[in-house]
Design a protein. Structure first.
Length: 66
């Protein structure tokens, strides 16, 4: 019985970890942000040579500006 619980626990942990990874990947590939949305979220607009402007959010992520 203990072995079955351990196997189920490991399977649940792996499924949870896979779900968190999928959510993180979705957040990383989020759509572009507007200038107004950037400043409303507390971000800073920075100019990148040859790449246009981007929004640097307080959590350190960078998103292209539309």
């Amino acid at each position: 019985m203990r072995r079955m619980r351990r196997i189920l626990g490991l399977a649940l942990a792996a499924a949870t970890l896979a779900g968190v990874s999928a959510v993180s990947a979705g957040a990383a590939s989020s759509p572009n942000i507007s200038r107004d949305d950037c400043t409303a979220a507390g971000g800073q607009i920075v100019s990148r040579p040859y790449a246009g402007d981007a929004c640097v959010l307080p959590d350190g992520t960078t998103q292209p500006i539309t």
